[in-house]
Ligand binder design. Sequence first.
Ligand SMILES: [Zn+2]
Length: 436
Amino acid sequence: MGQQRMEYPAKILEHVEARREYAIDFLRRMVNFDSSTIDHGFGGREQAIQEWLAERLAEWGFETRLFEPDNTKMQDYPDFSRGHDYRNRPNLVATLKGAGGGRSLILNGHVDTMPPGAKEKWSYDPWAGHIQGGDMIGLGVCDMKAGVAAMILAVRFLQEVGLQLNGDVMIQSVVDEEGGGNGTLACVVEGYKADAAIVTEPTRLHVQPATRGVLLLQVDVEGRATHACLKWGGVNAIEKGVKVIQGMIELERLWLAQRRNPLFPPPTITIGQIQGGLAGSQVPGDCVLKFDVKYLPVEMGPHGQEQKITGDMVKQEVENWIHTLCAGDIWLRDHLPGLSWYQHCIPHYLDPQHALVHMMRGHVQQVVGRGIISGFPAGCDARHLHNGAGIPTLVFGPGDLQYAHSIDERVSLEEYMQAIKVLALTTYQWTCQNQS
Ligand SMILES: [Zn+2]
């Protein structure tokens, strides 16, 4: 190991700290852009921030490319969200060429945000980047402009220290994550690859090599409508729907007792929406239920054996459960509810023993004092990079998901600075250490 290598962690940490004010200003400028999505991703306002970032990265010597996702190229992917309009919504891919001989790395994050909701409920202008009690408050600051700023500045600060990387580093600043993830999927179909990837969604600086799967299910329960004064002649679809809900609660309880993976809470079933009937004076003839089913990518048996879980396995189990429940009800037995799975966010699972997980945890330990490995509880773009492009991918970033998609969204600036430090150390070590 050369002299430069021996001293690199201390130099990097010192320099990032010296650039604190610049880093906070950079984040505030990103928050100043309104890059919110329209109609859950069918449209979006990402262009201006993408162009601003592209200019910065080009100034710093990155090869930059802005391109709009192409729906026709993505349509065969199972996770593709249909019908979104990408005019004036470019992805940004910026590559910093390494000297050669090192491992390459993708740093990925999205710049689209949710809409602000009721603006009058915000304590401050959602695009001002106001600082209060050590937090920056702003729309999308947690999910995930702090993550995007952190990954970009991590590489920039390595340049400023004068460290030459051996492997290539690629920044992917993508659009339309909130609407389903087509921005990252577009990077996958364009053929962008690397030896590993980090998605900088908010994880409270936990290193998260896996995400849960999400399935959305619609259950159409049929009854027989009549006037309430003749209720004995009808069949109440809402009451039958309640039976299905109770059955699903039981199934969730069973999962709670039996299904586990140390990275995650147990799998869950949530009734999220119920619709039925026309008026209080009528026995309702229909009831529609919508459920969110979150499942574990891998389950651990009692003796530590691992079982990979697919969406099809979960669908089959839920369908069998509902059919068994219906078999015990004279009406439902002959009028089976319609089951339609209308969305699937496929999980991703990187072996927690992977070299990048281990390396990054060490750096979190060094910077924060304790390094925690856990699972990302929701779905995110990591699945496209990992499953679609076959790139070992983990999730790591500043911010707490509980503040995402909420009024007065915020991020801890201390956590943001720590994320830059960890990302800089990991980018340097991953791209410069000999492959072994
Ligand atoms: Zn996000």
